[in-house]
Design a protein around this ligand. Structure first.
Ligand code: NAP
Length: 283
């Protein structure tokens, strides 16, 4: 779609509260000289279909989609990209001449943030803690990044099993593990990459002071990655750092998924340094 002055883009979710998406995107639009406003579209479920249909308007470029609608909006779209189909969730809707397409850039955001910090995941043994919406994207990212094996552990084991089934055709070995087994030394010390995709440690979440695992049981060559980005240093990351283990926080993934979304919206390369800078991440 041809970009014209005074077009709009936004983020849809409920509740949205404070979101960094307008800061990240408006910095990028400004850098490229676009007069586009990125808005917050907090939408109750009863208005979701109407809101999605309004994205077909010629002054709307598209939107980012967050909790709790990453799966629900799929039914209202005209096309779904293959990666998003595999993950069974979208986080971007793009309007092209009144037709709406869904994409998932969360897995790309994860992979690109790993590259940004010059870490490698190829042939590594990975543990995903949590099996909510974001865990599916992480599983996809790990498979595309050619890890050796994946263990998924979740409080509700059935949801971990569902992710295993979702990716049953991949070449990567995927196992599930009971949440009660999570602090099992013999398993944890063999893990190279541990990713927290639960909302434990998140400000305003179910248990902001809690780390999902005892990081003293990890091997010091491990890498701990927390998807939670508020606060930037979560209990999981703080404890891992105290145990001399490398860490990556969720803010970089947020920016890199936004950068891929920006490229879908504009067909231009995202000004990644500006976007990282807008949330205080320096190269
Ligand atoms: P979600 O679909 O609601 O899943 C939440 C997960 O947390 C589930 O696995 C849930 O387990 C687990 N959980 C919640 N409370 C728990 C508790 N008290 N003890 C143990 N496990 C608990 O959410 P999501 O979309 O996956 O997001 C999860 C986190 O990732 C959020 O903090 C979100 O902000 C962050 N995130 C960050 C990015 C980024 O770009 N950095 C992207 C997406 C998400 P059950 O299944 O048993 O309920």
């Amino acid at each position: 779609m041809k970009i014209q002055n005074k077009m709009k883009a936004g983020i849809i979710g409920y509740p949205l509260g404070h979101t960094l998406s307008p800061t990240i995107h408006n910095s990028a639009f400004k850098e490229l000289g676009y007069n586009i406003d990125f808005q917050i579209w907090e939408t109750e479920e009863k208005f979701l279909e109407e809101k999605i249909q309004s994205l077909r308007n010629k002054n709307v470029l598209g939107c980012c989609v967050t909790l709790p609608y990453k799966k629900k909006v799929m039914q209202y779209l005209d096309n779904i990209d293959n990666s998003a189909k595999e993950i069974d969730a979208i986080n971007w809707v793009i309007n092209k001449d009144g037709k709406l397409s869904g994409y998932n850039t969360d897995w790309l955001g994860f992979i690109n943030s790993i590259d940004f910090y010059k870490k490698s995941i190829k042939n590594k043994k990975a543990l995903i803690i949590g099996a909510g919406g974001s865990a599916k994207a992480i599983c996809q990212g790990l498979i595309k990044g050619k890890v050796k094996s994946i263990i998924i552990s979740n409080r509700t084991l059935k949801k971990a099993e569902e992710i295993k089934v979702l990716f049953r055709n991949s070449q990567t070995k995927i196992q599930i593990m009971d949440f009660k087994e999570l602090n099992n030394l013999t398993i944890l010390e063999t893990m190279d990459l541990i990713i927290n995709t639960t909302s434990l440690g998140m400000t305003g979440g179910p248990d902001p002071k809690k780390s999902p695992i005892d990081t003293s049981l990890l091997n010091t060559r491990a890498l701990c990655y927390d998807l939670v980005y508020s606060p930037q240093i979560t209990p999981f990351l703080r404890e891992a750092k105290n145990n001399k283990i490398d860490t990556i926080g969720g803010l970089s993934m947020l920016v890199f998924q936004a950068a891929s979304g920006f490229e879908l919206l504009t067909n231009k390369n995202a000004p990644i340094n500006t976007m990282l800078d807008s949330v205080g991440i320096k190269l």
